[in-house]
Structures are given as structure tokens and as C-alpha cells.
Write a protein of this length. Structure first.
Length: 295
């Protein structure tokens, strides 16, 4: 899979949502009361795809995002709001949700599988105190020839990742676990691309893609590739080594709810994985799985 797949998939879905109503009608059936009409849903999604900045997320970066779920602070979404008002975040490898949930596709066949999340799409909604994001989750579905939109929600700036996608008190545990997992994935991505340890490399779309951009596509035809900056060799963790350690070990990447005196507020700060302990001591491997990337 190449970086250009992120933009190609976005352009394909722009064309699909502009000329097809089946998926908007299907989604509308499950979202009655949350959207105005299938037509408004269709127009909204096409509008997002026509203006979205394109992000490419490698398997390594996806592992970092997933590995930090257990330390992710539940701050308001507004504190990590993306710099791009419209966005399309495409994963190199689809991420399978750990909570198997029945998925019904347009053929009305139901599959009890984990959602294979391939991409996230977002755009602005509302005004004033009701501002936030429209968020769509796109999956590889066994019954669809394209990336299907399996979930949509409006997410206000004041809400944390525990906002349960409009679920009522009747929602089951599995639904809430799935909602939390997807919200954490989106929240951690938005927070992650704001971190100092992250760099974003821009790669222009190939000439054939630029020549065949559809009419009305107003976004810049580049792919934003998420990367971790290289760590200084002299940096061994974030603390001075005043203690007498007998070995070195890997500290996994994690989130910290950092206080910033200037704004008198807390915001998520990602602490990249690092090796802790004196350089002249033996390295002690961990027995547990580590989701970390060191550059």
C-alpha cells in the first residue's frame, strides 16, 4: 500500500457520495432524529470529502495510538481540536476493533465481526456554543465493494471521548465499549498530531492523480504523512538519573494530562517511548506486549 492510496480512496468516496444515495439512506434509517434527511447527509459527506486534508497513518503510528489508550486523559475535544477543519485520516492497515459487534450492510446481511476501521472523516458542525465535529468511521465491510461508513456522530467541543454517540440508557455494554474505543481512536489521533514529538511530512499527489482531480475538489492534493521525530541520543527519558538503577528497560509511550500555567489548563501530552536507566547497565526486556515507536 502506498501513500497515494489515502488520497485515491478519498477521491473515490467523493465521487461515490455525490452520485449514490443508497448509503446515505441506509445510514439515515439508523440515525433518525440525528440528521435532517438522507439528502442532507449525502451532501454533508460529499462536502467533507471535497475539502478534507488527507492524512496517512502507518502501522507503526497506529500501534502508538492504540498502545496509549489506557493512559488517555478524558479532556474535552476542544482542547485537541484538529488544525484541519475538514480531514480524512487513512490507516495503512485497517485496525480491527477488539469488540466483535454485528455489522449489517446494505444487503441486510449481518456479520458478527470486529470493525476493521480503515479511515476517519470529519468536518465542522454547528455554531456558537454548539460547535464541534461531524465524525464518520469508515470500515472494510465483507458486504461492500468500497469503504462503508459504519458510524456517524456529532461531537461537541465540550465532550470528552466518553460521549456515547447518542446512545441512551438502554445501550448495552458492548455498544458502549465499542463507542469508547472508536472515540479514543479519534481523540488520540487529534491529540497526537499536535504533539512536539510528531512531524508531518507532505507528499504531493502523483501527476496522473492531479490531472484527474474531480471538479469541485478544493483541498490541496497532498498526503500528510504522520511521523515521530528522531530523539536525541543524549536523551534517556524525561528525568535525571539520580537513582542507582541496576539495568535499563523500555518505558512504553503514554499520555500525560499536562498542566500549562500560561493558559491555566490541562491538555494531553504524549510521552514517546524511551529507554530508561544508565547506558552502561544491561537491558532488561519486558514480557508484555509493547506498542511503541522510537525514532
Amino acid at each position: 500500500m502506498s501513500y497515494s492510496d489515502a488520497l485515491v480512496s478519498q477521491l473515490y468516496l467523493l465521487d461515490y457520495w455525490r452520485h449514490n444515495t443508497e448509503e446515505s439512506e441506509f445510514i439515515y434509517e439508523g440515525l433518525k432524529g440525528f440528521v435532517m434527511s438522507p439528502r442532507s447527509l449525502q451532501q454533508n459527506m460529499a462536502n467533507i470529502f471535497s475539502q478534507a486534508d488527507t492524512y496517512y497513518i502507518s502501522e507503526e503510528i497506529a500501534d502508538v495510538l492504540l498502545g496509549g489508550f489506557d493512559t488517555l486523559p478524558n479532556n474535552p475535544l476542544g482542547e485537541v481540536r484538529p488544525s484541519s477543519a475538514y480531514g480524512w485520516a487513512f490507516f495503512q492497515q485497517a485496525i480491527v476493533c477488539p469488540f466483535p459487534t454485528p455489522i449489517t450492510v446494505k444487503t441486510l446481511r449481518t456479520y458478527n465481526v470486529g470493525w476493521a476501521v480503515q479511515a476517519l472523516a470529519w468536518g465542522p458542525f454547528g455554531s456558537g456554543d454548539d460547535e464541534g465535529l461531524n465524525l464518520g468511521v469508515f470500515v472494510r465491510s465483507p458486504g461492500s465493494s468500497h469503504l462503508a461508513c459504519s458510524g456517524m456522530t456529532t461531537w461537541s467541543w465540550e465532550s470528552g471521548w466518553d460521549r456515547h454517540w447518542g446512545y441512551t440508557g438502554e445501550a448495552g455494554t458492548a455498544d458502549r465499549e465499542l463507542a469508547d474505543w472508536i472515540s479514543k481512536l479519534a481523540f488520540s489521533f487529534f491529540a497526537f498530531i499536535r504533539q512536539e514529538c510528531v512531524s508531518i511530512q507532505k507528499q504531493s499527489a502523483s501527476r496522473p492523480i492531479r490531472r484527474h482531480l474531480p471538479k469541485g475538489f478544493s483541498a490541496e492534493p497532498v498526503i500528510k504523512i504522520i511521523q515521530l521525530r528522531r530523539r536525541s541520543p543524549a536523551t534517556n527519558g524525561l528525568e535525571s538519573q539520580s537513582r542507582d538503577y541496576s539495568c535499563r528497560w523500555l518505558v512504553r509511550g503514554h499520555w500525560r494530562n499536562q498542566f500549562y500555567p500560561r493558559s491555566n489548563s490541562h491538555r494531553p501530552r504524549f510521552i514517546p517511548a524511551y529507554v530508561k536507566g544508565p547506558d552502561d547497565k544491561p537491558f532488561k526486556s519486558t514480557k508484555s506486549s509493547i506498542f511503541a515507536v522510537v525514532r
